[in-house]
Ligand binder design. Structure first.
Ligand code: DOR
Ligand code: ZN
Length: 350
């Protein structure tokens, strides 16, 4: 006989391997939501101006630590924004001193604040070579920016035109394909032998492009890479719940104020930090894989980054539906929390 489905689970404290915290008022408004559940997070460097140098990363880390709620043990893991002028020695120093955990590659123009990203990949080869030599991971926003390429195809084209050549030229480089949204990316990661992993966001496990566009446009579901067809969403769920250690959580929780999202050219980004663990538990529970949540959210990422899992545990409990929490407020406007479109029954209870 099948065991009764659990209504309580205990797992290692999760980490978020892709997070936008911003700066200033927004940083102070959103950081408590992530620090409430997560032990560590990979902090995206796409500020204005971007976090390019070790010195900038050190200063940003200081501002994050200052914004943490009293007593919080949360650890920000810093990244450096790769430009065509990035110096290999600066990157190596930042990694070897423990200041930076990874380098972030944005193709120029791919997304929010990515204008200083890379156009000619030949120009960053010395940095990538150095990173491969010292074992420093590269986080990749995997979309081409060619306006001729349809936005729904940009991830798949990136794999063929950019990622495969980079990894062929540099097989020792450790690469994380971030926020994968397609079956193509899942297959590419699954077929790889080594040095490749992928993060999957909470929202891409839940929404497809119909949620964004059918029956009215829903700006709070607009993000980059844009949500794809249902077939792709299903491939992402299968990868996430499979336990395959190459797939792990990176929420890409990316706060923008409502005025910035609700306009004729609104910003890309979904703010999921406060509800991510509840949403993930629903997804894993619906797939009858609640016990794999720990691998996805708490173990696989740490393993790829060669870090120990967090020491402490969290408990999640399933009960009556819980209301969506209100989003944070900033002087420039409120931030809307991701609404999965179904009731949430799981909450982090301890
Ligand atoms: O939706 C997104 N928002 N995708 C990104 O790649 C960037 C992020 C942001 O910074 O707002
Ligand atoms: Zn992001």
């Amino acid at each position: 006989m099948k065991d009764a489905a659990p209504t309580e689970i205990t797992l290692r404290r999760p980490d978020d391997w892709h997070l936008h915290l911003r700066d200033g008022d927004m940083l102070r408004a959103v950081l408590p939501d992530t620090a409430a559940h997560f032990g560590r997070a990979i902090i995206m460097p796409n500020l204005v101006p971007p976090v390019v140098t070790a010195a900038q990363a050190e200063a940003y880390r200081g501002r994050i630590m200052d914004a943490l709620p009293a007593g919080s043990q949360f650890q920000p893991l810093m990244t450096l924004y790769l430009t065509e002028d990035t110096a290999p020695a600066d990157v190596a120093m930042a990694f070897e001193s423990g200041l930076a955990t990874a380098v972030k590659l944005y193709p120029a123009g791919a997304t929010t604040n990515s204008a200083s990203g890379v156009s000619n990949f030949e120009n960053v080869r010395p940095v990538l070579d150095k990173m491969a030599e010292i074992g420093m991971p590269l986080c990749v926003h995997g979309e081409v920016t060619d306006p001729q390429v349809d936005i729904f195809d940009r991830e798949a084209v990136f794999i063929d035109k950019v990622l495969k050549p980079i990894r062929k030229a540099n097989p020792d480089l450790r690469v994380i394909m971030e926020h994968v949204t397609t079956e193509n990316a899942v297959d590419y990661v699954r077929d790889s032998k080594k040095n490749l992993a992928a993060t999957i966001t909470t929202h891409h496990l839940i929404i497809n492009r119909n949620h964004l566009l059918a029956g009215g446009i829903r700006p709070h579901y607009y993000c980059l890479p844009v949500a794809k067809r249902e077939r792709h969403r299903i491939a992402l769920v299968q990868a996430a719940v499979s336990g395959d250690e190459r797939f792990f959580l990176g929420t890409d929780s990316a706060p923008h104020t409502d005025p910035a999202k609700l306009q004729s050219c609104g910003c890309a980004g979904v703010y999921s930090a406060p509800v991510t663990m509840s949403c993930l538990a629903e997804v894993f529970d619906a797939a009858d894989k609640i016990k794999q949540l720990e691998a996805f959210a708490s173990l696989n990422g740490a393993r790829f980054y060669k870090l120990p899992p967090n020491d402490d545990m969290i408990t999640m409990t399933k009960g009556d539906a819980i209301p969506l929490p209100p989003g944070p407020s900033t002087p420039d406007g409120d931030v809307t929390v991701f609404d999965p479109g179904f009731d949430l029954h799981w909450r982090v209870s301890a």
